[in-house]
Design a protein around this ligand. Structure first.
Ligand SMILES: NC(=O)c1ccc[n+]([C@@H]2O[C@H](COP(=O)([O-])OP(=O)(O)OC[C@H]3O[C@@H](n4cnc5c(N)ncnc54)[C@H](OP(=O)(O)O)[C@@H]3O)[C@@H](O)[C@H]2O)c1
Length: 301
């Protein structure tokens, strides 16, 4: 018998898939998306709502009166954000403010997804109380959203998420595991810049962590990164054999000439999360194992 109503916004997105498909049996998971339901399962109620229209998502939350809201909606495309500033301020900042106001109004616990890109990346292994200093417009919108969310809903969780390693579960997403699989199929080399250091988190552990945060008493900022600090080349080479790729096909390349600057090292210290959560946040191979086990419907090794 379901005893908790939880709204998941941006339900058709990549990160939301890890929540929607792992929602516990005692939840009625209200998945709110602009698109139609890609899947039907017990306990899942899909709501097609034009979240891009001001007031619609907030109205849906007020109508549903959930116990918790997991807000994943954003435009996470770093280069698009840099070049479409007015457009993304609405979805990344103002919509988050609206959702936070609605969550506060109905007494729902809000878990808001933020990013490691709030940091400038000059040092790495950032803790929750380190000063943010975004170097790109995406990071700036996400920082403004954090501030707006906490102003509207002081008991909210700000979950700063590291780069996510996963496969699309409900459809959307252009995760690097897919790019790697495509490169293998086409016999291409994988050239990736070696100048970005991160603490990748796998989609399955991230989904579990967000679910826990929607249910427990934690409030405030928390870093959800994996337990391994690594650059992109190292990460791809570690993953390669498990994806059927010769690691020699992964080559370091120059930093891409992209519209938005990247923080060089925005790795996250996940000590707080490891203390607060029952879900462990593994390193690259442990996380990959969770992703592949989930895809294949088998227990993790
Ligand atoms: N992926 C990562 O590596 C990563 C890393 C750090 C932080 N994050 C954060 O995690 C959250 C989810 O990211 P994601 O990778 O899952 O992104 P995603 O796959 O692009 O999903 C975001 C969802 O937001 C909704 N959305 C986007 N633009 C919208 C608009 N203009 N109006 C209304 N709804 C809109 C869409 O949901 P519907 O299609 O269902 O309407 C979209 O699927 C974001 O807050 C992002 O900043 C992601």
């Amino acid at each position: 018998m379901a005893d908790k109503n939880v709204v998941i916004t941006g339900a058709g997105g990549f990160v939301a898939g890890g929540v929607v498909l792992q929602a516990p049996g005692h939840w009625t998971a209200h998945a709110v998306s602009r698109g139609p339901a890609p899947v039907a399962r017990p306990g899942l109620v899909w709501h097609t709502v034009d979240a891009g229209a001001p007031g619609r998502l907030a109205a849906a939350i007020r109508d549903l009166r959930p116990d918790a809201v997991i807000h994943t909606v954003a435009n996470p495309n770093i280069d698009y954000c840099e070049t479409h500033r007015d457009e993304v301020v609405w979805v990344n900042v103002e919509l988050a403010r609206e959702v936070a106001g609605a969550a506060e109004a109905v007494g729902a616990k809000l878990v808001h997804c933020s990013t490691d890109n709030v940091f400038d990346g000059r040092r790495g292994m950032y803790r929750e109380d380190d000063d943010p200093g975004p170097v790109n417009f995406y990071g700036l919108t996400k920082l403004r959203a954090e501030e707006a969310v906490l102003a509207e809903c002081p008991g909210a969780v700000i979950a700063r998420v590291a780069i996510v390693m996963g496969l699309p579960l409900l459809g959307k997403g252009a995760p690097f595991l897919v790019r790697m699989a495509n490169a293998v199929a086409e016999g291409r080399k994988i050239v990736t810049p070696s100048n970005e250091v991160r603490t990748p988190v796998d989609l399955i552990s991230l989904g579990r962590a967000l679910i826990e945060l929607a249910e427990n008493d934690f409030a405030g900022v928390i870093h959800l990164g994996g337990s391994q600090r690594i650059d992109r080349v190292g990460m791809m080479r570690l993953i390669a054999p498990r994806m059927g790729v010769d690691p020699a096909l992964v080559e370091p390349g120059p930093a891409d000439n992209l519209p938005a600057p990247r923080p060089p090292d925005c790795s996250l210290d996940n000590m707080l999360a490891q203390r607060v959560l029952k879900t462990s946040l593994p390193g690259i191979l442990g996380g990959l194992e969770r992703v592949l086990a989930f895809r294949d419907g088998r227990p993790e090794r």
